[in-house]
Unconditional design. Structure first.
Lengths: 168, 425
């Protein structure tokens, strides 16, 4: 699976209040949340982002609240992948659970410029910055997380585990 | 094998003799918690998975606290999803408006969070219960859904960072909030990423449970998976003094003497001042004395960090017989009905109202920019809450400063960020 898109660059410590402000959390409708994605960091983002675009963050992307509305908003806005130096803990778990590919690669995140065309292979852990002609190797996804991904996400994994337990 | 308290709790819940950092475990969960923002998504995932019942109705806790009492129609719809699910699943620990409080202040009162527990909550401040010697951590709605079905969740066992607070408080105003802000200022908002933060030392031992709750509560603001404090006699006295007695057994665990820590950080009380976190990150801390001429429009006292009774008492002590500054909006939100009533019975509400503050029914409300005190453009608030991100309490160009209840009360009187020493003789 290769994801290709234009980079939207943000800084360090992008928190979940910026990704989707709490004032919009009176709904969990993905389309509604997408309209306000990244609003407090860049008011033009939700209107200008194109299907497949890639968010590039700095350190500690997704810090703050546990709201799963954050990866939902990003995914529903059409973003195909988030590349960052590293992610905050709960956001990391939530993104996997929501099926939003995220990938940690400090060099690629730092060197990408807004508008660069990136090609990301989250399973292989490779990032190519086509605009700059550079390739990067990302931090590998931990084996257990890969099991979850291969099972189709946490809920499918849970249903499988339950079925196994019941058949014993 | 020598283990930390976090490792011991996780090992017991994974039915293992021992665990070590980095290990992936499947852990039993004692309590699974959701609120009016996060539970509706969890309920949707629960139903999509085809689940018919929760693993144990007595171990699922649902609290409408964020936008409740409902702030608008959309919030009311969300709260309704949770209410109906609680009814359908026979969940007794659903706390309706009138019984509810800010969740992380409510669960300890209800005997639902206990030493040695593993607690997960679809709320990042679930780490609060670490103050009682539990392993507790925030997760997303899907993780909550899976746990509501199976009673289990997976964890990567975190490395533990040890924070020792030696010596004594510089003065009586120094609180748990100041220690945790000081710590976050030292290590940064990702300084404890994926790690357990264990707080110990003479200052922690002397602190009230309310101060300890404030500390464990903000471990997540340093990126931590959990914050934890060894349970002691104060923990036991606290449990015994709550209105609801625990119906489960609990375990008083502590770290082994030779347990392995990722790092050890020693701080001395002499170096810790009253702290203020400047916009827009909890790590932007300065001593209150360095906050000069910062005019405020609003002061908020409340939240899962500092809406407890001790906090109300400190604020009343400073406000008593005084008036808040002209133009100042002071909003005080006792975190639970019980705290509210105790404040009323002991005359604290009179003091607040006479001083010109408003007192609200329990809600997370303004802390996350929900309702009950939203900021306009370029307004500035000092709050006893836990986050000061861009737009956290309202307009993206408003500002939030974080501090203790003592600093909040003193600042409400003067209209600028103020050391309580300057207003109390």
């Amino acid at each position: 699976m290769k994801l290709t898109g234009k980079a939207w660059k943000f800084g360090d410590n992008v928190d979940t209040d910026v990704i989707i402000p709490a004032r919009y959390l009176n709904t969990s409708d993905p389309a509604e949340l997408a309209k306000h994605c990244m609003e407090d960091a860049d008011t033009s983002f939700a209107g200008a982002v194109s299907q497949g675009d890639i968010i590039v963050g700095g350190a500690n992307f997704g810090c703050g609240s546990s709201r799963e509305h954050a990866p939902i908003a990003i995914k529903a806005a059409g973003v195909s992948c988030v590349v960052a130096e590293y992610f905050a803990r709960i956001f990391y778990r939530n993104a996997f659970n929501m099926g939003l590919p995220i990938i940690e690669c400090p060099e690629a995140a730092r060197e990408a410029a807004p508008g660069d065309i990136l090609e990301v292979d989250p399973m292989e852990g490779t990032i190519v910055n086509k605009t700059q002609g550079k390739s990067y190797k990302a931090t590998p996804i931990p084996p257990f997380m890969m099991e979850l991904v291969n099972a189709g996400g946490l809920m499918s994994y849970t249903v499988q585990q339950l079925a196994q337990a019941n058949s014993k | 094998m020598q283990m930390t308290i976090t490792e011991k709790i996780l090992a017991r819940h994974a039915d293992l003799e021992s665990v070590k950092p980095g290990q992936i475990i499947s852990s039993k969960v004692d309590i699974a918690l959701g609120n009016d923002i996060t539970a509706p998504l969890a309920i949707k995932a629960f139903k999509q998975a085809g689940a018919k019942q929760v693993f144990d109705p007595s171990r699922v806790v649902l609290v409408p606290d964020h936008f409740a009492p409902n702030k608008d129609i959309a919030s009311a719809q969300q709260a309704k999803i949770m209410r109906e699910f609680a009814r359908e699943m026979d969940i007794d620990n659903y706390f309706e408006v009138g019984q509810m409080g800010v969740e992380h202040a409510l669960l300890p009162e209800q005997g639902l969070s206990l030493p040695g527990d593993v607690i997960i909550g679809a709320d990042s401040h679930t780490c609060t219960y670490g103050a009682m010697g539990a392993f507790s951590t925030g997760v997303g709605s899907t993780d909550l859904a899976a746990t509501m079905i199976t009673g289990k969740t997976w964890f990567r066992v975190p490395e533990t960072m040890k924070f020792i607070f030696n010596g004594k408080r510089k003065n009586k105003w120094i609180s748990g909030k100041d220690l945790i802000l000081y710590t976050i200022g030292k290590i940064g908002v990702s300084g404890a990423l994926y790690k357990a933060m264990e707080f110990c030392g003479s200052m922690i031992e002397e602190f009230s449970m309310d101060d300890r709750f404030a500390m464990a509560n903000m471990a997540v603001e340093a990126g931590a998976k959990n914050g934890i404090i060894r349970p002691d006699q104060k923990t036991l006295d606290f449990i015994a003094s709550q209105p609801v007695r625990p119906v489960r057994d609990y375990q008083m665990l502590e770290s082994d003497k030779d347990a392995a820590y990722l790092s050890v950080h020693e701080f001395d009380g002499d170096d810790i001042d009253l702290m203020v976190a400047f916009p827009h990150l909890p790590e932007n801390t300065r001593a209150v004395g360095e906050a000069k001429d910062i005019r405020l429009d609003q002061v908020v006292v409340g939240s899962c960090t500092n809406g407890r009774y001790v906090d109300m008492e400190i604020v009343a002590g400073i406000l008593k017989g005084n008036k808040v500054a002209k133009g100042m909006r002071m909003i005080i939100i006792p975190a639970t009905q019980r705290i509210y009533k105790k404040a009323m019975n002991n005359g604290l509400l009179d003091i607040f109202i006479d001083a010109g503050a408003v007192v609200s029914t329990p809600t997370c409300g303004p802390c996350l920019g929900g309702h009950m005190g939203i900021l306009a453009e370029e307004e500035r608030c000092l709050a006893t809450t836990n986050r000061n991100f861009v737009g956290r309490m309202g307009h993206p160009r408003s500002e939030v400063y974080l501090a203790s209840p003592a600093v909040a009360a003193a600042s409400a009187l003067t209209g600028v960020i103020t050391d309580p020493e300057q207003v109390v003789s």
